[in-house]
Design a protein around this ligand. Structure first.
Ligand SMILES: [Cu+2]
Length: 126
């Protein structure tokens, strides 16, 4: 009796873990693909309906209005992904690895939402 119960318990635990494993590995493969194609593929940008640790990267373009060690101010074009109209706003620089931008320069840029606002990721002259 004891052996039979053990066998049943083992079988049940294998049966419930196996599908979970399959799902986890397919999600990982999917995320990997999304990351590989992110710079080019806009369609992968709106996958973030469930909480993940990877922040969504948004794209915009605009004119540099101010530059400091910690922030840049852009007068940017509308950003449909966020339902933003054109506006002038500040982005933090803690995640930015590029060179300083010049006031008056028009750039394409990418950014993420941060705990305190929005952080610039990259910018390239337009
Ligand atoms: Cu804005």
């Amino acid at each position: 009796m004891r052996t039979l119960l053990t066998v049943i318990a083992l079988f049940a635990s294998v049966a419930t873990t196996a599908p979970a494993f399959a799902e986890t590995s397919s999600v990982t493969a999917h995320d990997h693909n999304a990351m590989m194609s992110m710079p080019m593929d806009h369609s992968s940008m709106n996958h973030g309906t469930q909480p993940t640790s990877a922040a969504t990267v948004y794209q915009g373009s605009g004119v540099v209005k101010a530059w400091s060690d910690t922030s840049v101010t852009f007068a940017h074009q509308p950003i449909p992904a966020l339902n933003w109209p054109a506006m002038t706003m500040r982005f933090g620089l803690s995640a930015y690895k590029g060179s300083p931008l010049s006031v008056g320069q028009t750039v394409n840029f990418t950014f993420i939402q941060s705990a305190s606002g929005y952080d610039l990721i990259s910018a390239s002259a337009n």
